[in-house]
Design a binder for this molecule. Structure first.
Ligand code: GAL
Length: 899
């Protein structure tokens, strides 16, 4: 059994709630002794598809193998990892002199005025154009967008008189990938893995004034990922200014134990860094306050840690520990049964004269977590079934560039689904995503890697695993271990080393030990699609995470004969082999579909592969998969099959569905497309039919009834068998077509949320369902045959947004007939415009169609299955009028207020 009672989280109070305002290089808030300044604005950017600046991290990439003209900079970059390498002997020595760089871009006086002006977070690839067809530089797997190549970012930073004597750091939340940083012509350092956050010490190269020039080079290889990585500095970038003696990077760690409603013990560790050349004696004081999750406002003080004194030698770090008790703690837990209450610990450092030299706020939560092999997962003593999904990091039409509102919207739609957990596949997320998860009460499965030493793609992480894996894992854990939302550390996804016996197990052991040396309070796992109970690797993990193996792979009729391994359901064999380890499914389903698209006949099975047999739901010419939710990747299983398998194994803690939202890249089964078919929610954020199947299961008290398919078919379907399925959590359902009952169906079993009338004959008109629960009417739905498109309907998810250039309104256009019915196959070309005093701008559009190669930046977008999305921002206070128009249709308008 894995017990933990912690909840820490270290993000600074300073940017809680103020992220959206962080456009300018202004201090976000002042914590006495330190400033954290957003430097997202005001960059110049230039990209080249090929390596013409003749610099390289190293030559191990397949496209650099024969490049004898490149200057290799790895020896100067590796030392950036040193703070994250525990064994002093394993740390990297900096070369004795600086490298000779011929590229003018690193020089302060280079004239970059012709370069593009950009703000961070920035994804250079998202506007396209898409590469269509075969023999292209970036194919379907990585999203057919120009992610590869070299990007340079340049910007000035200012040092004022007040900064003299202070330590100044550059904090990069994430740059994709192999980023390297020069300041005033000096190479400061860098970090290859694009998903890690890192810090560089700038002070030695800074000078007084406003003409310090930062030049950041990002070199993103092709063939490096199984999904769309994005390209460039795609997360926030900060300057942190402190006194030379200060709380270190991610320098606090708060855990809680003996957690109950009446009290909890908090343990705190504070690491102090001293870059002065004399030793410093300080005292450390930490007070704990309530933190309002919704507003970010600090509430009452609930505890103080006893004052500690510490002496830190010159150019060293040292830590102090302290404990305190909180009475009647407001516990953190996932809704709907619990509340995500947060606390903030404010740590102050005082010098000998009792002056404050640093202040650092650590947000955290108090909760107990138990991973029990038989009872499953418990938060604060309550069993919580993990109802999770996997998401990649892209934000659809906005690409990889992190945007807080876009991420929050993804989580909101997931909570509407009843989802309570998110696996950030397969890499650490933007830190602000974890802030959102803390605030919203979403459980996070935080994952380091998609691969170790064995490659999945020629230029992926395996090239740098040996030199960087310790640093990347420590960086993940130190950054994220105070977040109450984070419950599990994963050291890898479906790594090739699952099946290499002791060799792979040794790697797992090393990584697990690294994690535990940073955080003993959470279990370590790795996601396994191929390791069997009798293999060494699972024995190295604190809990068992299965991908697809729980419900069985290719083990039922329609999958017979497909190439690839066949695996019987393995929940029970794993439970027998590891009776003390909790089991969960880190990936289930891999169901594929195109929203609002249906093909006939429909399989009689409850799960079938999407494009291998006739009537299998896939259409190779149209590159579409039927949305009945029965069709899967060759190794996958429909939700129906997964639910039965999970309910037959009550010890299983729950699942993470592959996938929550569609993402760019990996368009299985049609690699000619641009984006995935796996989502419960499409790339634009529109619900596929199986949204309601999961909602019916995950929100048992919420009445759900949802009919599919649509009922607007042409003359060729009249008289044809057109199966009608209904997703519901009722226990009885009756269906009518044009008021003729198609019969009453009882729910098949507690694990089934689909009622199927497979012999309905199509005739235009109305389909209606009423479902019942315990003899009472529970939920109903109705679908009608629509007429021709006649008008557009426009609705905004939020009509009041901040006029700061960052906040967003997501607007949905629906094509309707003259009675206001949705026209389900409408594909009218829609143009979005924004006008008014708020400086409104249509940033991107989408429709969720994996085959649409119109640039995401286009303001004109065809509707797909009746819907289109426009994403709008405002640059200042005022009104924004958004209009959607299409030839021949009545236009629609929505007014937004930018505040
Ligand atoms: C899994 C893999 C995921 C994704 C999924 C669907 O095997 O871990 O990253 O590829 O299959 O194809």
């Amino acid at each position: 059994m894995w017990l933990s009672h912690v909840i820490p989280n270290a993000y600074r109070l300073a940017f809680l709630g103020s992220l959206l305002l962080s456009v300018d290089a202004k201090p976000l808030a002042k914590e006495e002794g330190r400033e954290r300044i957003s430097i997202n604005a005001g960059w110049r950017f230039s990209r080249s598809e090929y390596n013409t600046d003749k610099l390289a991290y190293d030559l191990s990439r397949n496209d650099y193998a024969n490049r004898t003209d490149l200057t290799v900079l790895k020896p100067w970059i590796l030392p950036s990892a040193n703070d994250f390498i525990v064994d002093p002997a394993a740390r990297y020595q900096s070369p004795s002199s600086e490298p000779t760089i011929s590229s003018p871009f690193v020089q302060s006086d280079y004239d970059d005025t012709e370069w593009e002006s950009v703000s961070l977070p920035h994804d250079w690839a998202i506007k396209g154009p898409f590469y269509v067809g075969s023999n292209v530089p970036v194919a379907g797997g990585m999203g057919r967008l120009p992610v590869h190549g070299i990007g340079w970012y340049r910007r000035k930073v200012e040092v004022t008189k007040a900064d003299e004597g202070r330590s100044i750091y550059l904090d990069i939340d994430g740059a994709m990938s192999y980023s390297m940083v020069w300041l005033n012509g000096h190479l400061v350092g860098g970090w290859p893995y694009g998903y890690s956050s890192y810090r560089l010490h700038l002070t030695p190269y800074l000078k007084l004034g406003d003409d310090n020039v930062l030049a950041i080079r990002v070199d993103n290889p092709g063939n490096s990922s199984r999904w769309y990585p994005g390209g460039g500095i795609y997360r926030n970038v900060w300057l942190t200014k402190t006194e030379p003696t200060h709380i270190g990077q991610w320098g606090t760690f708060i855990t809680s134990k003996k957690v109950s409603k009446s009290s909890a013990i908090l343990d705190l560790a504070v690491q102090v860094e001293n870059v002065r050349n004399s030793s410093q004696k300080l005292s450390v004081v930490t007070d704990v306050y309530l933190l309002n999750s919704a507003t970010g406002k600090t509430g009452a003080k609930v505890a103080s840690f006893p004052r500690r004194t510490i002496t830190v030698a010159a150019s060293h770090k040292a830590s102090v520990n302290a404990s305190t008790t909180v009475k009647k703690p407001a516990l953190w837990g996932p809704p709907p049964s619990q509340s995500p209450n947060l606390h903030v610990a404010v740590t102050r450092l005082y010098n000998r004269n009792n002056d404050i030299v640093d202040t650092f706020s650590t947000n955290f939560g108090i909760r107990s977590v138990v991973f029990d092999a038989d009872q499953g997962f418990l938060v604060n003593g309550e069993r919580i079934r993990i109802q999770g999904v996997n998401n990649h990091h892209d934000l659809g039409a906005l690409g990889a560039a992190f945007n807080e509102r876009a991420a929050e919207r993804q989580l909101e739609v997931l909570q509407e689904l009843g989802c309570n957990a998110l696996r950030v596949s397969h890499n650490p997320p933007a830190p602000q995503l974890l802030d959102l998860a803390d605030r919203m009460g979403i459980l996070i499965y935080n994952e380091a890697f998609d691969g170790w030493q064995l490659s999945k793609n020629p230029n992926d992480f395996h090239l740098i695993f040996d030199e960087w894996s310790e640093a990347d894992v420590r960086a993940m854990v130190r950054r994220d271990r105070n977040h109450p939302s984070v419950i599990i550390w994963s050291i890898g996804n479906e790594v090739g080393e699952q099946t290499t016996g002791e060799t792979g197990a040794a790697v797992a052991r090393r990584l697990r030990e690294i994690v535990h040396s940073e955080d003993k309070t959470r279990p370590v796992t790795a996601s396994m699609n191929a390791a069997r109970p009798n293999m060494p690797l699972p024995g190295e993990l604190d809990l068992i995470s299965l991908n697809y193996q729980g419900e069985g792979i290719r083990d039922t009729g329609p999958y017979a004969g497909l190439p690839g391994i066949t695996t019987p359901p393995l929940y029970v064999p794993f439970h027998e082999a590891f009776p003390d380890k909790l089991i969960l499914s880190s990936e289930t389903a891999a169901t594929v579909s195109t929203r609002g698209t249906y093909f006939f006949p429909v399989t009689n099975w409850t799960s079938a592969p999407a494009n291998y047999t006739i009537g299998s739901g896939g259409n190779d010419t149209l590159l579409q998969v039927s949305d009945y939710g029965l069709y899967t990747a060759p190794f996958g299983a429909s939700p129906d099959k997964v639910f039965v398998a999970q309910d037959n194994a009550s010890f299983v803690a729950g699942e993470f569905v592959w996938a929550g939202w569609d993402y760019i890249g990996e368009p299985t089964p049609y690699y000619a497309a641009r984006s995935s078919y796996f989502g419960i929610i499409d790339l634009a954020g529109f619900k596929k039919d199986r949204f309601f199947q999961y909602q019916a299961r995950w929100r048992p008290d919420y009445p759900v009834a949802h009919i599919l398919p649509h009922w607007t078919w042409g003359p060729d379907r009249v008289g044809e068998v057109t199966p009608v399925h209904v997703f519901s959590n009722g226990d009885l359902a009756e269906l009518w077509v044009n008021n003729k009952s198609q019969g009453r169906l009882p729910r098949e079993s507690e694990s089934v949320y689909r009622f199927r009338w497979d012999n309905v004959t199509y005739e235009a008109g109305e389909v209606r369902v009423v479902t019942y629960k315990k003899g009472k009417e529970w939920a109903s739905d109705r679908v009608v045959t629509a007429g021709e498109p006649s008008a557009l309907r426009l609705s905004a998810d939020r009509t009041a947004i901040a006029g700061n250039g960052l906040d967003l309104s997501f607007l949905t256009v629906t094509v309707v007939d003259n009675k206001g019915n949705v026209v389900p196959q409408a594909d009218n070309e829609i143009t979005f415009t924004a006008s008014g005093g708020g400086g409104g701008e249509v940033v991107a559009t989408d429709n969720g169609d994996p085959r649409d190669f119109t640039s995401f930046a286009s303001r004109t977008r065809k509707a797909f299955s009746g819907l289109a999305l426009g994403i709008v921002r405002a640059s200042r206070k005022g009104e924004v009028t958004v209009t959607a128009s299409a030839p021949g249709l009545a236009r629609a308008t929505v007014k937004l207020t930018a505040k």
